[in-house]
Design a protein around this ligand. Structure first.
Ligand code: FES
Length: 107
């Protein structure tokens, strides 16, 4: 299976299998990305900013960001499947927010 290189700013670069959920890949790499709602496109705590070209956006992610007036400001890592090399900045790291990451993410 194809794999891609994901870089988290201030953390490291790691290999991710094609199709893996970005938030889960970041967490598996040892970085405490927040995911308070468990990947349901509700909490927006898994927000990331892309420094590389952005992957396509699905309906659930678009609806959530539109509702919050945040479309274009950041992306939801729980709604993105890794389909290319990516470089992202994680905007709400759990340890910096003073909470635990949240409900476990499903693959
Ligand atoms: S929106 Fe809640 S974990 Fe992504």
């Amino acid at each position: 299976m194809a794999s891609h290189r994901v870089t988290v700013v201030g953390h490291r670069t790691f290999e991710v299998e094609e199709g893996e959920k970005l938030a889960l890949a970041i967490e598996r790499s040892g970085f405490d990305i927040s995911h308070r709602c468990g990947g349901k496109a509700r909490c927006t705590t898994c927000r990331v900013r892309f420094l590389s070209p952005e992957p396509p956006m699905g309906e659930a992610e678009r609806a959530c960001l539109e509702e919050d007036g945040e479309l274009g400001n950041y992306r939801l890592a729980c709604q993105i499947r890794v389909d290319r090399d990516m470089e992202v900045e994680v905007l709400m790291r759990a340890s910096k927010q003073g909470w635990d990451p949240g409900i476990p993410l499903e693959p």
